[in-house]
Ligand binder design. Structure first.
Ligand SMILES: CC(C)(COP(=O)(O)OP(=O)(O)OC[C@H]1O[C@@H](n2cnc3c(N)ncnc32)[C@H](O)[C@@H]1OP(=O)(O)O)[C@@H](O)C(=O)NCCC(=O)NCCS
Length: 447
């Protein structure tokens, strides 16, 4: 298999670099953590190494060092398409080399061989109540596949540690191959005819979901899905879903356990579900006015949201300090193909108005949009109005990144993750403060 051969060739040098760092610089301190960071989600603390991707605050995500515009320009495209093949992106993430068209197509061919979804997984999905959230269905479907894990089987037969990455890669290819089909099956069960189809061998991975939900003839939607799958694939190791997958996999729980857990994290409103919240907010905004709102009306609506103590979904980021380039890529797609769409026009107007409002609001560190501020409006335009489903598509793409992190964590022999915790009393002793009674504290504050 092409990815396995290439990783095997790269691995000796990587292992040597890492063991050199640990052997010669193992005791060197590289970062500090403050009391505030300990209470604030260990924000900004550099607690892990990941070479797959890096969020640069002013450039956005760099996938193996390439920015989003470079990725979109340099990766090989599907024939007849302006958007790269996801197989090429997976090759780049896994192998750390830009692929040729042949190499990208070789990954696509691997996926096609492995795409069939076992009947029992569809049975599990069908058995769930119709009210089940699509993210719950997605997580359960991935977990149901766990019995297929090659890693878990080989591990119980005495696999040697330095080979852990090989069945992890095998599992990763097997799982990722099935994801568009799984997502489409969930969509069809919940919102269409309930039929789960086999993916068409002539359709590339990125466009496969479109074909499987009956939109195979819609060229624009196929293009959107390819773009969507590239843009959501990874966002370094510290975000909730990536970190969850890494943590779970560090216990040598296989890719299925790790990915299902990651999807549960992605289902949170401050993470992947923000794309649903965003559509909800935009639709509520539109409904609040009889006609398309003016800038002034939009501004006052935004203030109402903020004053009621809610966040404005799609804006802000823990790391980014500029407009997310993934937002920009999707905005450009929208400007090309759906300029007159009302919801998309609203997205544009919010982008013109909101950064200034959030800056005046004061406490938001990044007043600029992230990818969620636009992604849902494009899906709605092409008929995916059931926005609680959108995060499943985010998850399909994100598992490309998660599995790559896992393969490399196993390849480099990373151990089980086990940070240490402190008690508040210990912290108080460490910072040599005496606890001030609450009454005295407010007196001090008032002075
Ligand atoms: C993404 C997000 C969770 C990052 O959180 P963070 O790193 O704590 O962000 P900040 O450091 O800028 O937060 C500082 C304050 O501004 C608030 N804030 C941040 N983004 C905000 C937004 N879009 N609307 C209103 N308030 C916001 C925070 O809630 C926090 O308030 P608090 O001090 O009362 O707790 C946050 O920006 C957010 O909730 N955004 C909306 C949801 C979203 O788009 N999520 C998708 C992320 S890809």
């Amino acid at each position: 298999m092409i990815i396995e051969e290439k990783i095997a060739a790269e691995l000796p040098e990587w292992r040597q670099r890492v063991s050199h760092l640990i052997k010669h610089h193992g005791n060197q301190k590289v970062c500090d953590v403050t009391v505030e960071q300990l209470y604030a989600g260990i924000r900004g603390v550099q607690i892990q190494v990941s070479d797959i991707s890096y969020v640069e605050p002013y450039q956005g995500i760099l996938l193996r060092g390439y920015s989003i515009p470079e990725i979109l320009e340099l990766l090989p495209k599907a024939p007849g398409s302006e958007i790269p093949l996801a197989g090429g992106l997976y090759y780049l993430l896994m192998v750390d080399r830009l692929p040729s068209l042949g190499e990208a197509q070789a990954v696509e061919a691997e996926w096609k061989k492995r795409a069939t979804i076992p009947g029992y997984v569809v049975d599990v999905l069908r058995a769930l109540p119709s009210s089940t959230h699509p993210m719950t269905m997605f997580s359960q479907a991935i977990l149901a596949l766990q019995s297929e894990s090659v890693f878990t089987r080989q591990y119980s037969n005495g696999l040697v540690k330095e080979d852990y990455w090989k069945p992890t890669l095998e599992d990763s290819l097997n799982l990722t191959a099935k994801l568009p089909g799984l997502a489409a099956c969930i969509y069809n069960l919940k919102y269409r005819d309930g039929i789960c189809l086999e993916s068409d061998p002539d359709v590339d991975w990125g466009a496969s979901f479109a074909q499987l939900i009956g939109k195979g003839n819609d060229w624009e939607y196929r293009e959107l899905m390819r773009l969507y799958m590239i843009l959501h694939s990874d966002h370094e190791g510290g975000n909730v879903s990536a970190h969850t997958a890494h943590l779970v996999n560090s216990a040598l729980s296989d890719i299925y356990y790790a990915s299902s857990a990651a999807i549960n994290g992605l289902a949170g409103p401050l993470h992947g579900v923000a794309n649903q919240e965003c559509i909800r907010w935009l639709q509520d905004l539109r409904r609040n006015f009889d006609a398309f709102p003016t800038r002034e009306q939009l501004e006052s609506y935004a203030w109402e949201t903020l004053k009621s103590g809610q966040v404005i979904p799609g804006y802000g980021h823990a790391v980014l300090r500029v407009t997310d380039p993934r937002f920009t890529a999707l905005l450009e797609f929208g400007k090309k193909y759906l300029q007159d769409d009302e919801l998309f026009r609203l997205v544009n107007m919010v982008y013109e108005v909101l950064p200034e409002v959030l800056s005046q609001y004061g406490k938001v560190k990044n007043p600029w949009p992230n990818v969620d501020a636009v992604s849902g409006s494009l899906q709605v335009h092409y008929g995916l109005t059931q926005f609680d489903f959108h995060t499943v598509l985010f998850g399909v793409s994100r598992i490309l990144g998660l599995t790559t992190h896992a393969v490399w964590a196993r390849a480099l022999g990373k151990p089980i993750e086990r940070p240490k915790s402190l008690t508040t009393r210990m912290l108080e002793e460490m910072v040599e403060t005496v606890r001030v009674p609450v009454a005295m504290e407010s007196e001090v504050g008032a002075s």
